[in-house]
Design a protein around this ligand. Structure first.
Ligand code: PEP
Length: 248
């Protein structure tokens, strides 16, 4: 399966800077088709990103999705709406959603299920905090978070994309070492293998200060199937370098 390099733009950009970023990515892509590429702009820019990328092999995703289909849920965006404007993925359960919006393991599982039910591939984020790592709880936390998702999506486990994102590595410049990341990815792979006959279909991305300098080593690990990139996805040259690193 091809690796997937996904950019999480978080709450950054505007119409002009997005157009520039997307044009730069498109201009640099020829010859880099050995991996899949995804960009996740803020929801108000998803439709214009789809338009800007028409005819290109770059997918567009949301950064979150509602568990609801439609109705009186002010501020929410449904999977149907994302799909309607041409998105094909949604990040689900990012640690910033868990931390600032109180998203629980159960809610993240429901969101993943809602996305799948409406034709959107969820990129489900799991990962431990620094305190949990220091307490030796990394595997237990990741397994618990993943178990809630597996429980919610039932037989659709093989349709998920997962992202292991140690919270202490996100936006901090402190990347997990390739060995640290691989060790957790192997735990995740084993849990997936127990839940589906097709564990090889599930891409497990690494996220947390992945950048142009460290991507090659991280992406060389046997169970790292791509990257979820925050800060470095906002810089054309860095994002393209990471995409290049995923060609191997
Ligand atoms: C992220 O937000 O998913 C992320 C990995 O951010 P950064 O690359 O900036 O650490």
């Amino acid at each position: 399966m091809k690796k997937l390099i996904a950019g999480n733009w978080k709450m950054n950009g505007d119409s002009a800077s997005n157009a520039e970023l997307l044009a730069g990515i498109v201009a640099g892509l020829p010859g880099l088709d050995a991996c899949d590429v995804l960009v996740c702009p803020p929801s108000v820019y998803v439709a214009s990103a789809v338009t800007a990328l028409a005819g290109q092999s770059v997918a567009v995703g949301g950064q979150d999705v509602s568990v609801q289909v439609k109705g009186a849920y002010t501020g929410e965006v449904s999977a149907d709406m994302l799909r309607d404007v041409g998105a094909t993925y949604a990040i689900v359960g990012h640690s910033e959603r868990r931390q600032y919006h109180g998203e629980t393991d159960a809610l993240v599982g429901e969101k993943a299920q809602a996305a799948l039910a409406h034709g959107i591939t969820p990129v489900v984020c799991i990962g431990e905090t620094l305190a949990q790592r220091e307490a030796g709880e990394t595997n237990a936390v990741v397994k618990r978070q993943l178990a809630a998702v597996i429980h919610a999506v039932g037989h659709c486990v093989s349709e998920l994309v997962l992202a292991y994102e140690p919270v202490w590595a996100i936006g901090t410049g402190q990347t997990a070492t390739p060995e640290q990341a691989q060790a957790v990815h192997a735990v995740i792979r084993a849990q997936i293998a127990a839940a589906t006959e097709h564990p090889e279909r599930v891409r497990i991305l690494y996220g947390g200060s992945m950048n142009a300098a460290n991507a090659t080593q991280l992406l060389a690990q046997p169970d790292i199937d791509g990257g979820l990139i925050g800060g470095a996805s906002l810089k054309v040259a860095d994002f393209l370098t990471i995409i290049r690193a995923a060609q191997g």
